[in-house]
Ligand binder design. Structure first.
Ligand code: TYM
Length: 343
């Protein structure tokens, strides 16, 4: 006998999202977008644009809706098919905010105090950050659990938020005596693209907030920009090694090999087998060609989708309707479990 509560036994479902708060880069693409497109063939898939998360820091109201359309265009360009996956804006489904409030009363301050992303984003001016930035991971838990999602494809930087989601789900199930009501969702972070580092510094994450544009490849960069950024990427003078241990000691080389592997959908071992003993004079042009061949069409398709914003709006509206319908029964059950008045 164990005293483990019964596990969730509902269907599997994928859910993830990206914030519309700046240009998308290669890290977002490899850590998240390509996985969305793969998973839609395996499971019921919900992918949203996290506009409510975006406003935890200031966003120009005149631009936010267009930024949302841009993320939707990136989803479509990277292969998400609206006939297979449900694509929608977070703010169009009020269930996220409603569930987040209940979860604000389940999560403990001590849990949120441990969140490293808040510490990074609030920097030295914690007291001037929005309250939303602090409770950001609670809203993320609501995003996931409103749909009882079981699998969440994200980059490695989101692992801690997923642990918090699991803690909230377990505490809710326990406190409201509803064993197995919410699943404990699994982060899907496997593969060499889960943590893409800056092209200028192998110890820093590739990020939209890095002041140097040479630190990242943007999804909208043209072939020349992509090649130039890879040519200028920081490296060391040694040829590439033939094993992962030796590679791990060289962060910049490790990052470029990881990018090569992720872009060609092979393991880092397989990429090393191809280039062991060769210098960056050989490897960088091969990586640049590969990056241009994969990302060039994505950027082009993004521009194509953005040329027809009315079509994007139709896709988002249809997705929002399906998302509302899917989340509604869960929210109704939550209201009853919490004991709120129902007529
Ligand atoms: P966001 O918008 O910061 O990033 C979107 C996705 O890109 C991944 N990512 C990276 N992956 C690899 N290498 C990098 N350098 C890199 N930089 C970013 C992120 O891990 C993420 O998967 N909190 C989320 C948005 C969100 C969400 C959710 C995700 C809100 N609610 C519910 C999943 C489920 C975020 O900030 O993503």
């Amino acid at each position: 006998m164990t005293d483990q509560p019964p596990a969730y036994s509902g269907p599997t479902r994928v859910l993830s999202g990206v914030q519309p708060s700046g240009a998308l880069h290669l890290g977002n693409y490899l850590g998240a977008l390509v996985k969305f497109a793969r998973l839609q063939h395996e499971m019921d898939t919900f992918i949203f644009v996290a506009d409510m998360h975006a406003i935890t820091v200031w966003q120009d109201p005149a631009k936010l809706a267009d930024q949302t359309r841009e993320i939707a265009a990136a989803y479509l360009a990277s292969g998400l098919d609206p006939a297979k996956a449900t694509i929608f804006p977070q703010s169009a489904v009020t269930a996220h905010a409603e569930l987040a409030w209940v979860f604000n009363c389940v999560a403990r301050l001590g849990w949120l105090d441990r969140m490293t992303q808040f510490k990074e984003k609030s920097g030295k001016h914690k007291e001037r950050s929005s309250v939303g930035l602090y409770t950001y991971p609670v809203l993320q838990a609501a995003d996931i659990l409103a749909y009882k999602a079981t699998h969440v494809p994200v980059g490695e930087d989101q692992k801690q938020h997923l642990e918090l989601t699991r803690d909230i789900a377990a505490k809710f199930n326990h406190d409201f005596e509803a064993p197995g009501f919410f699943p404990l969702p699994e982060p899907l972070t496997q593969g060499p693209g889960a943590r893409v580092m800056s092209l200028r510094d192998g110890s820093a994450k590739m990020s939209k907030s890095d002041p140097s544009d040479y630190s990242r490849i943007n999804l909208t960069d043209d072939a020349d920009a992509i090649s130039q950024k890879i040519r200028k990427a920081k490296t060391d003078p040694e040829p590439l090694p033939d094993n992962l241990e030796a590679l791990a000691a060289r962060p910049e080389a490790d990052n470029l090999v990881g990018i090569y592997a992720a872009l060609s959908n092979v393991t880092k071992e397989a990429a090393l087998a191809e280039f062991a003993g060769k210098g960056f004079g050989t490897f960088k042009p091969a990586l640049a060609d590969l990056a241009v061949s994969v990302l060039g069409p994505v950027g082009e398709q993004m521009r194509g989708f953005l040329a027809d914003p009315a079509e994007i709006d139709r896709i988002l509206a249809k997705g929002a309707a399906k998302a509302r319908e899917t989340a509604a029964p869960t929210l109704e059950d939550v209201m009853k479990l919490v004991g709120f008045w129902r007529a």
